[in-house]
Design a protein around this ligand. Sequence first.
Ligand SMILES: [Zn+2]
Length: 298
Amino acid sequence: MVGSVLVATAFPSILLHDAFNSRQAYAYTAEIAGFGERWPGSPGHRKTENIIRQVLQKDGAQIESDDFMATTPRGPIPVHNIIGKFNVSANPKQRIFVLAGHYDTLFKPGFIGANDGASSTAILLAFADALAHQKTGMQIWLVWTDLEEAINDFKGNDGLYGSRHLAQKLAAKRSVSRIRGLFLLDMIGDKELNVARETGSSSSLQVFIAQAADQLGYAGYFFKYDANIIDDHVSFIKVGVPAVDVVDAEYGRMGPSFDSMGEFHHTNGDTMDKVSQHSLEVVGRTILLTVELLDKQD
Ligand SMILES: [Zn+2]
């Protein structure tokens, strides 16, 4: 008898952070920046919502939305937070980890926010792709917050509209105690990556991020300076969720003639030539390894 025997070799198990595809993350960033202005109600905003839902569907997430009407200095504005849940078990006490970022952009003619808006939206899409075939003990929520940007400026309740609503909803549902933590990604596509040690953030979670960055040889990109930033993480910290703003708060040259977050922050110069695949890779892999480290602990 002549025959051949196929020997099944076991697939080497891929780690979550190795499943992160930075090329795809960059492609998503370019696609979203290409939609143009993405303030709530704009065609670009609608296109962004569509791609988020398409990717979540393809990746097998449980999709939820948090829709409401915000009262703003511009009048009422419809807001749509989008949530994709992965690895949800039957255990009602299963712990939750949240990775979040805003997908809206400033109300500013010509502003496309390649870094401020597109990069955070895109890295979460690449996280969805990585999570599609990866088991974790905690359930992982990807949260795209809407209307993070202030209408006029970050004073009083102007800004953080979507995150504030969602955080208060979680608090009302008594879900907060199940949430192990939240990482907010913002402006992390910057070619000259330099992630701040955000001083309002959970320092015990920052320790895990530093450990992961160290393991991957990326320590030089993280926590070399302090900054206090008003961002969506504040909404969650206020209801008791330990949260870290993973934010590059130095965008372009710094100095008295520029915005406090740098030359390109909130300017129409926030374009794709300022964003790199490498920065997305550094942040994406580091954050997913941090999730793995926390998952092992849980
Ligand atoms: Zn912004």
